[in-house]
Design a protein around this ligand. Structure first.
Ligand SMILES: Cc1cc2nc3c(=O)[nH]c(=O)nc-3n(C[C@H](O)[C@H](O)[C@H](O)COP(=O)(O)O)c2cc1C
Length: 200
């Protein structure tokens, strides 16, 4: 009986499950015009994520202005080299990936919206932001777009604060780089040795 229920659920939601299982990071991007309705859909996907205490402690900046994308890519290239975060080859590679984006969505944690200033609540906020990021990746994948996550807003919040006039109470967390797929994702064997049932 239980197996029957699971099979029925799977049959009805096969596309949803397939989307989750087939999502991969794609870093080779071609230009595509992503209309405002699609951008808003991706933002709504992000804002529909679960969040601790349902505080929805996020803020998002969607960047589809080519000049801003270009200048973000150029700033990251020169900062990577200046700070020693990357050599010239790696900085150039990052630059060309980021400038090839048609849309970049940056996620921020709004500290003022957390329940209190404790480390626990901050971690819950960061986890909520991660759930929002995954929702964007999945929604982009469902729409046939290519996307991947970049941690640089967390590593170099100063760059994002300055470029986007971000207030002090808001912390850059991640950016999702989006375009049309121009390459295949890397093959990724999914680990199954991490599944535990009923106890470790
Ligand atoms: C917290 C987090 C940070 C990441 N940071 C970066 C990053 O800075 N640059 C990058 O190219 N990919 C980044 N990724 C993407 C991972 O490299 C990628 O998800 C992983 O290799 C698995 O590949 P898949 O997304 O195709 O399943 C990040 C992913 C997560 C969850």
């Amino acid at each position: 009986m239980q197996n029957l229920i699971i099979l029925t659920l799977l049959k009805n939601n096969v596309e949803c499950i397939e989307a989750i299982l087939s999502r991969r990071s794609i870093r080779k991007l071609a230009e595509i015009n992503i209309d405002r309705g699609t951008v808003e859909l991706l933002l709504r996907a992000a804002a529909s994520a679960p969040s601790a205490h349902n505080l929805q402690p996020w803020e998002f900046i969607a960047v589809d202005d080519r000049r801003i994308i270009e200048s973000l890519a150029a700033i990251l290239r020169s900062e990577y080299i200046k700070s020693g975060m990357a050599d010239e080859i790696k900085a150039e590679r990052t630059y060309s990936v980021i400038r090839s984006a048609s849309l970049i969505i940056i996620g921020f944690l709004n500290l003022a919206r957390l329940r209190d200033a404790s480390p626990l609540e901050k971690t819950l906020g960061i986890q909520s932001l991660a759930a929002a990021a995954e929702n964007i990746l999945l929604a982009a994948h469902c729409l046939g777009l290519a996307a991947h996550w970049r941690a640089v807003p967390l590593a170099r919040p100063d760059i994002f604060r300055t470029l986007f006039n971000v207030p002090d109470s808001v912390e850059p967390q991640w950016m999702i780089v989006i375009g049309a797929p121009a390459g295949k994702p890397r093959d990724k064997p999914v680990r199954s040795d991490v599944f535990h049932f009923n106890q470790w």
